[in-house]
Design a protein around this ligand. Structure first.
Ligand SMILES: [Zn+2]
Length: 321
């Protein structure tokens, strides 16, 4: 019985975080990923967008977000996401994402993966998070949770913010949600975030290393180089979490994903869900007597990604004699 849960002492753990951002990603990418994970005997954590697919509104950002057009062209977004997705929520009506495919949502859990909440309206969050009020954020989470509960019959245990963008308002809302963990950040160690108002976040397990879209945007063209960049980064990170997108690795880059999973296995990584990683982190901290760090929310930028992402920094008081 004891052998079934990997421990940090004899194996290197790694989690796969799959974001589902669009209708087509849910319809086509999720089944493809489930098939690959089954073939490779891997369990992952899926974060789903439940509400409308307004991905097409991204086009409006060409005029607002510096570097966006370049990114669209470099990543070949139209072929990655398909024309219907590009038009969704703009010229054509927004289509629902996970709420339209409840059987796939249940299948994710039935096959032993973890299924949690990414967003209600991914695009809206991404574009408005800096001005979203506490009430608006609560409203988004409430709608996503209701849809989740309706489909799966139990509350969600975790969330992961769209585009890794959060504010202190988000922490305040998440703190009241009874979550086991959140995965809202890029880089830095697993930690708790403390707001200026003294509110502590759920355990944060950040995404580490680059994701494929960012490597493509940087102009890296060879599959072997993508696999290497991601695997090398995982090797250097104590608690690696690799981000995948249903639209990307469950779409035109499925062959890359298979190669990546084989490489990670060859390098002795054991892939566990983020929920299992959260449990192991807590156990590890209790046994060693070393509490997980408390840090503050901050922002950073990443190569190959337009705009900012959330990360953590030491508390202001740290390092002061
Ligand atoms: Zn996303």
């Amino acid at each position: 019985m004891e052998a079934c849960k990997p421990t940090v002492t004899h194996t290197r753990l790694l989690s796969l975080k799959v974001d589902v951002d669009t209708h087509d990603g849910m319809r086509d990418g999720v089944p493809r990923l489930l098939e690959i994970f089954q073939q490779e005997d891997v369990k992952a954590t899926f974060f789903l967008s439940f509400g409308p697919d307004n991905a097409g509104k991204a086009i409006l950002n060409i005029f607002r977000e510096k570097g966006f057009l370049k990114k669209m062209l470099k990543t070949k977004a139209p072929s990655l996401y398909g024309l219907r997705t590009i038009l969704s929520g703009t010229l054509l009506p927004a289509r629902p994402i996970a709420t339209k495919f409840p059987d796939f949502v249940r299948q994710i859990e039935a096959e032993g993966h973890e299924c949690e909440i990414h967003a209600w309206d991914h695009r809206y969050w991404q574009d408005h998070i800096e001005i979203m009020s506490l009430e608006n954020i609560e409203n988004h989470f409430r709608k996503a949770h209701e849809a989740y509960l309706d489909i799966l019959g139990h509350p969600a245990r975790a969330v992961a913010a769209p585009s890794w963008k959060i504010t202190e308002h988000v922490i305040a809302v998440e703190a009241k949600m009874g979550l086991v963990y959140a995965s809202d950040l890029r880089g830095g160690p697993p930690c708790f975030l403390m707001t200026d108002a003294g509110v502590s976040s759920p355990l944060q397990i950040p995404t580490t290393g680059p994701c494929l879209e960012e490597l493509l945007t940087q102009g890296i063209k060879e599959e072997a180089a993508w696999v290497n960049a991601i695997a090398e980064s995982a090797e250097r990170t104590p608690w690696p979490v690799i981000a995948l997108h249903a639209e990307v690795e469950g779409g035109p880059y499925a062959a890359f994903l298979k190669k990546l999973l084989k490489t990670l296995r060859n390098r002795s990584f054991t892939m566990v869900t983020l929920g299992t990683m959260a449990e192991i982190l807590k156990e590890h901290s209790e046994k060693s007597g070393e509490p997980l760090p408390v840090r503050r929310l901050s922002r950073t930028t990443l190569p190959g990604r337009a705009g900012w992402v959330s990360t953590s920094s030491p508390l202001k008081t740290e390092g002061v004699p």
